[in-house]
Design a protein around this ligand. Structure first.
Ligand code: UDP
Length: 237
């Protein structure tokens, strides 16, 4: 599979449709796939956090979430042409599940959030088969694993925040029948209607970060990763 590497971290130069196509092929071949969203913040953290870097590079698809990764690819003559966000990737995978009759399990977020998110997904994806769900505060891991096994889920979305969700996926994927795993952070909150995404204008012009900064000024520190990342990319060979 084609990859681009930025400061030692892999990113897949694929669009939503290409990811879906490759995942479909892998399902047919009986292979498991893991999807992780990569952004400048995670790449910068990976510089000193071997575990995180291993988690990213060990995933099947590292989707380029964030305009910073796009800019890095432009600066380095790479082939990443558009953002692939975690929450939209999830929408594409739900559509795939609906078309193929795959059974989807949801694990994470508060009980009322995950159940409301599922209600809203069913409105947008009326043929979705929901295998089951668990909230992200259930402590009995064995029970969660057994629930997913018993429901014979094919696709699993884990929303525990990063990297907790990716660590959970890595630890349990071999004992699960699931073929497609995605760690989706706060996406259930978005589906539940608790968190607004930036308006289209901001999203289409690479300015989602600006919108989020204006709404939540305390994000400033996290967003410093972007200029630091671009500076490091320009210095790198
Ligand atoms: N969460 C959870 N269990 C935990 C910690 C967090 O289910 O032990 C959920 C939390 O309710 C929220 C999501 O994980 O729905 C984290 O979203 P956040 O936006 O913080 O994640 P990010 O996208 O920043 O990784």
């Amino acid at each position: 599979m084609r990859k681009e590497t930025y400061l030692g971290v892999d990113v897949a130069p694929l669009t939503y449709k290409q990811v879906v196509k490759e995942i479909t092929q892998r399902i047919e071949e009986g292979e498991q796939s893991t999807v992780i969203a990569v952004n400048p913040e995670k790449i910068m953290k990976s510089q000193s956090d071997e575990t995180l870097r291993g988690l990213i590079n060990g995933s099947t698809f590292q989707i380029p979430d964030g305009v910073g990764v796009l800019l890095a690819s432009k600066l380095k003559g790479g082939h990443i042409t558009s953002r692939v966000t975690g929450v939209e990737m999830m929408g594409y995978l739900l559509h795939l599940a609906e078309q193929k009759g795959l059974r989807v399990f949801f694990y994470g977020a508060k009980e009322e959030v995950v159940s409301k998110a599922i209600d809203n997904m069913k409105i947008e994806h009326p043929n979705l088969i929901v295998a089951g769900y668990e909230n992200g505060y259930e402590q009995d891991n064995e029970k969660i694993v057994k629930h997913i096994q018993d429901t014979e889920a094919d696709m699993l979305f884990v929303a525990l925040g990063s990297p907790k969700q990716e660590l959970w996926i890595r630890e349990h994927k071999d004992e699960l029948p699931v073929k497609v795993f995605q760690g989706v952070g706060g996406s259930f909150d978005v589906w539940a209607g608790n968190v607004e995404r930036a308006p289209e204008f901001f999203r289409n012009n690479g300015l989602e970060w600006l919108y989020r900064l204006a709404k939540e000024p305390k994000r400033f520190k996290r967003q410093l990763a972007l200029p630091k990342f671009l500076y490091a990319i320009m210095k790198s060979k």
